[in-house]
Design a protein around this ligand. Sequence first.
Ligand code: DQA
Length: 141
Amino acid sequence: MKLIIINGPNLNLLGKREPEIYGATTFDDYFIGLQSKFGTVQLDYFQSNIEGELIDKIQEVGFTYDGIILNAAAYTHTSVGIADAVKAVATPTVEVHISNTFSREDFRHQSFLSPVVKGLVLGFGLQSYDLAIQSFLAGAE
Ligand code: DQA
């Protein structure tokens, strides 16, 4: 199984950024643990702060990978372009958020992605990514 985690803007700062919300672990450290936990999965990772690069990556992987795990971060709440890309490709996407966006500011309650994704995992800290991977593995059984 071939999966990719795609992270959007400011998620390169995990570990330093608002640790009371996003935790103190860097994504690189977490990702190493994920790769060893899911040893049978080809698990790739891409991060960009740029909307168009996220769209390019979704298009690039979206006809060959088995799943996309997408935390579009702030673009979740603003980007019709990313939602269109998710809808355009054949590969299913699971939307992920580290925090529970519904317990935060009103503008975070809106997601352009939720209507076009396979499912949504949020509020479990970095473990949200883990659960999203498990959802693809369970679906493959
Ligand atoms: C986030 C939630 C978004 O509202 C925010 O803009 C982020 C991170 C999360 O993972 O909790 O950057 O996607």
